[in-house]
Design a protein around this ligand. Structure first.
Ligand code: NAP
Length: 247
């Protein structure tokens, strides 16, 4: 597998799964623009990539802000001469039971997880279409497939991301652009580290492989979809969940 000569953008790349994706794509030869709300995180991951001999840059970006997305993606495309791979990974949770959920928590999660991916996809689509090549990978969640009590906002955003993926795959397929989603199960990252040990054990017991996932488990599948191996795969959702949800 190689990504030599490819130019990639990873949103929310400053930590967790996004960091692992950025490192993996860079290790396969891609030049990686790491973008994150946390500018320091983005820059430190870019530095980490450069220290191990890769090519990377770090940028501050709120994916929910359409104007900022246009500016930052425009600058990245100009610097790199184009964008071949977009990984929409930035995501947040604001959990709470639906009946008690503040409207602001609903709005915020939808605006980052779903509108954010829409904004970034629109920012790369024209360039990918005209170069007749592009790979878009959206990081959804198994929760977007099966729902979850206490996560109505998050689950709806992740289900929406799957429908966005399929629509983009249909709209851009004739121009050589693929769009796929990955639905991770429980992955050990800063997003999930606050869960009590008992809850983690309970999760693991529901997984066929009897372990929680690592960010690298997700990054490996992103790399496959971005590489030539993924050439004839589009509009799909691939679960990376150790066999937690089987359809
Ligand atoms: P994480 O550790 O919380 O990292 C997410 C990164 O995204 C953080 O650096 C965060 O910055 C950044 N971010 C948040 N809002 C943003 C915005 N508006 N614009 C740009 N960047 C933003 O999360 P993770 O566990 O690695 O999750 C990554 C993705 O995988 C998410 O989409 C998540 O929903 C999905 N996922 C995770 C799991 C899991 O078990 N961990 C399972 C299924 C799906 P700040 O730190 O500054 O907020």
């Amino acid at each position: 597998m190689t990504l030599e000569g490819k130019r990639a953008v990873v949103t929310g790349g400053g930590q967790g799964i996004g960091r692992a994706i950025a490192l993996k794509l860079a290790s396969l030869g891609a030049t990686v623009a790491v973008v994150d709300l946390n500018a320091e995180g983005a820059r430190s991951v870019a530095d980490e990539i450069e220290r191990i001999g890769g090519k990377a840059s770090g940028h501050a970006l709120d994916v929910a802000d359409a104007e900022q997305v246009k500016d930052v993606f425009g600058k990245i495309a100009e610097d790199l001469g184009g964008i071949d791979v977009l990984v929409n990974n930035a995501g947040i949770t604001r959990d709470g039971l639906m009946m008690r959920m503040p409207q602001a928590d609903w709005d915020l999660v939808l605006s980052v997880n779903l509108t954010g991916a829409f904004n970034c996809t629109r920012a790369v689509a024209r360039g990918m279409m005209s170069q007749r090549f592009g790979r878009i990978v959206n990081i959804s969640s198994v929760v977007g497939l099966i729902g979850n009590a206490g996560q109505a906002n998050y689950a709806a955003s992740k289900a929406g991301l799957i429908a966005l993926t399929k629509s983009v795959a249909r709209e851009l397929g004739s121009r050589g652009v693929t769009a796929n989603a990955i639905a991770p199960g429980y992955i050990e990252t800063p997003m999930t580290e606050s869960l009590p040990e008992k809850a983690r054990e309970e999760f693991a017991s529901k997984v066929a492989l009897r372990r929680l996932g690592s960010p690298d488990d997700v990054a490996n599948v992103v790399a496959f979809l971005a590489s030539d191996g993924g050439d004839y795969v589009t509009g799909q959702t691939i679960n990376v969940d150790g066999g937690m949800v089987m359809q």
